[in-house]
Design a protein around this ligand. Structure first.
Ligand SMILES: O=C(O)CCC(=O)C(=O)O
Length: 302
């Protein structure tokens, strides 16, 4: 039996059975404070912007006078503290315990979900966006603000990572969201993934998950590092983007790369054709006709 760096056997087995895990108070608060300061810096950059760009995604209700940040894209490329945390043992040690020593980054993002209006994310599976040759693929979420029932926490269907990859298409186009009832789920079975600031969550790329609008008066910011075993290679049509093998290998987080993908018997659907507007999950999911979550806070007139 291989030895574990930080997780207990129970935690590994919980993740395998349920498809998610929470590690409370894993990140020192001074790092969380430093990330909060970086968010203020990004917000300053967004002031005066009238549309989203490659680094900053704005809420639909944003105006240059009324700053509304929805997501900071690829923050590990523009923030040293976000980069340093990504390659630290705080993040990587538990993931090595779950999917092995060789890890590659897929992407990073900071979802803002601000108090009063932070956008919902409809039910989906990450694997529907980026199918790979095996499913040792997951997302680590760093909780920047206490995540509670009231501020739109991540919700998951435990065990759904062992089921099919569901239909995320409408009218023949990929829309990055699934009809919950049509796929046989009852929202009453969803579990909220909550925890104090400084905790991390891990969710499997095949788990069905989503999160509601934040109608509370508390921000719910969360940094995601999405990563995979280095021998999981994207299947043709995956939304994973890279220029060549050198570029792909530059995303190694630890361990060794390979040119021998591991092929597992995993369900796969190709996220093609893509919708015209596909710069973020929010744009892609706008093709969903019947939403599970409110898109605006009825109590918020602005
Ligand atoms: O921020 C969340 O609660 C969900 C994030 C998510 O599923 C995504 O960004 O793909």
């Amino acid at each position: 039996m291989t030895s574990l760096e930080v997780l207990t056997r129970q935690q590994v087995s919980f993740y395998r059975g349920n498809g998610y895990l929470v590690l409370e108070n894993r990140i020192p608060m001074e790092i969380i404070e430093a990330i909060r300061a970086e968010i203020t810096r990004f917000a300053d950059e967004a002031r005066g912007m009238d549309q989203s760009n490659d680094r900053i995604d704005l809420e639909d209700s944003h105006t240059p006078e009324n700053l509304r940040l929805r997501r900071i894209k690829l923050p590990h490329t523009t923030s040293q503290v976000v980069h340093d945390l990504m390659v630290s043992d705080e993040i990587l040690a538990p993931i090595r315990d779950l999917i092995g020593p060789d890890l590659r980054l897929h992407t990073s993002k900071l979802n803002m979900k601000s108090a009063g209006y932070g956008a919902a994310i409809e039910w989906h599976q990450d694997f529907a966006f980026y199918p790979h040759t095996n499913d040792d693929v997951l997302a680590v979420g760093v909780i920047i603000d206490d995540m509670v029932s009231e501020n739109g926490p991540l919700m998951v269907f435990p065990g759904s990572h062992r089921g099919p990859v569901h239909d995320h298409h409408a009218n023949g186009v990929f829309i990055g969201a699934m009809g919950l009832e049509a796929c046989g789920f009852d929202i009453a079975d969803a579990v909220e993934v909550t925890g104090p600031a400084g905790s991390i969550s891990v969710h499997h790329a095949r788990i069905v998950h989503g999160s509601a609008l934040n109608t509370s008066d508390h921000d719910r910011r969360r940094l995601f590092y999405e990563m995979m075993a280095a021998d999981a290679f994207p299947v043709m049509g995956s939304m994973t983007t890279f220029n060549n093998l050198q570029d792909y290998d530059s995303r190694m987080l630890c361990g060794r790369t390979t040119i021998t993908p591991r092929l597992s018997s995993v369900p796969v659907r190709i996220p093609q054709p893509q919708p015209e507007r596909n710069r973020s999950i929010y744009e892609i999911q706008s093709g969903l006709k019947q939403r599970s979550f409110e898109t605006h806070n009825p109590g918020n007139q602005s």
